[in-house]
Design a protein around this ligand. Structure first.
Ligand SMILES: Nc1ncnc2c1ncn2[C@@H]1O[C@H](COP(=O)(O)OP(=O)(O)OP(=O)(O)O)[C@@H](O)[C@H]1O
Length: 342
């Protein structure tokens, strides 16, 4: 049920959240400006402690902003949280489903918590079971489901009241590659089937790259980049070509020659290695090997790497996203869903 008029699903201005304990104040989110249009699939990407979950918790009304404003699905998160909650779904980290009930009963209970009649909740549960391929698991006890099956059940729980906007906090953390791939397919198909706008957080660069149309990179509580993965990578200035030489001295001469021949490519040398950042990396590598060897310089090894989102992050922050990865944090999404339903 899409009830919001206009195309903007999220609009924040200067969204800020501080946590204070004793004399210590953590500035988890520091003036975040974000817009998401209806139907978009947006990933919030950032290292541990960047402020992704805190942002999601403000947008889903679970915690209040310290400063700033956020309109979500047409309503103010501070002034009108009930209407926001009715229009959104939130699937937190961890497993939101109980253990001894069957999947189908969990869904009906969840629908009831959102104010559906028992018969409407049953009908809606049946629709979701069919469209999310849960037929095989719906009549089993939740405690017997695999991690991937539970995650799909979690998604169905978040969709029971047909939200216009679905928030997923690290949906695939802890899943094996096969289950991650399945889950990603389901997320993509949500929009096709239900027209749902999806905002998810992730640590996984490849997940953000392949899944999201738009990537918002968050670091230290701020948006440091906001664009498509392709444009973020293109902004880096093309492929990275790495060549290795017998000595640092030879590499120095090679770097000068490549710089002169391949302008405007960016050339840098580290010891015996020369890195070149330029469009058309494979062709450049072939040219450089040919020209250097005809000038008497042997290239010992050469490779081309397409830019990755990790390169983007490294370029923006001087740190690698991979350094910050950890799956240790767990929030209980049962609590989140209950709070939302309250
Ligand atoms: N309830 C809280 N009390 C105190 N500090 C908090 C609280 N919640 C979050 N923080 C702090 O705020 C900062 C941002 O945390 P947040 O969980 O939003 O980051 P994140 O990007 O979601 O990280 P992760 O990828 O590890 O989930 C961190 O320094 C965190 O320790």
């Amino acid at each position: 049920m899409n009830t919001t008029t206009g195309t903007r699903m999220i609009e924040t201005h200067g969204l800020t959240r501080h946590f204070t304990s004793g004399k210590r104040t953590v500035e988890a989110v520091r003036g975040l400006d974000l817009t998401v249009e209806r139907g978009e699939l947006v990933a919030l990407l950032g290292p541990n402690g960047a402020g992704k979950s805190t942002t999601l918790r403000m947008l889903t009304t679970l915690i209040s902003p310290t400063e700033g404003t956020a309109m979500v699905a047409g309503h103010d998160v501070t002034g009108d949280p009930r209407h926001v909650r009715r229009r959104i779904g939130f699937i937190g980290q961890g497993n939101g489903a109980g253990h001894q009930q069957r999947g189908r009963d969990e869904l009906v209970t969840q629908g009831r918590a959102y104010g559906l009649s028992r018969s409407d909740a049953r009908v809606r549960a049946g629709e979701l079971i069919e469209s999310l391929d849960l037929a095989e698991v719906a009549d089993r006890k939740v405690s017997t489901l695999s991690g991937g099956q539970r995650r799909r059940l979690d998604i169905a729980m978040g969709l029971i009241h047909a939200p216009e906007l679905l928030f997923l906090d690290e949906p695939s953390t802890g899943l094996d590659p096969q289950n991650r791939a399945n889950l990603q397919e389901h997320i993509v198909s949500l929009r096709e089937r239900f027209g749902t706008t999806v905002v998810l957080t992730t640590h996984y660069l490849d997940e953000a790259d392949s899944l999201a149309e738009r990537i918002v990179v968050v670091d230290h509580g701020l948006v440091v980049a906001d664009d498509t993965a392709a444009r973020l990578k293109a902004d880096l200035g093309g492929d990275r070509v790495t060549l290795r030489f017998a000595s640092a001295e030879v590499a120095g001469v090679a770097a000068e020659r490549i710089g002169a021949a391949e302008a405007p490519a960016r050339v840098s040398r580290t010891g015996e290695r020369v890195d070149v950042r330029a469009e058309g990396g494979p062709e450049l590598l072939a040219r450089a090997i040919g020209e250097l060897s005809s000038g008497g310089i042997a290239v010992q090894a050469g490779e081309v790497a397409r830019p990755t989102l990790d390169d983007v992050f490294l370029g923006l922050t001087g740190r690698s996203l991979r350094e910050g990865h950890s799956t240790s944090e767990t929030n209980d999404s049962t609590t989140d869903l209950e709070e939302i339903a309250a």
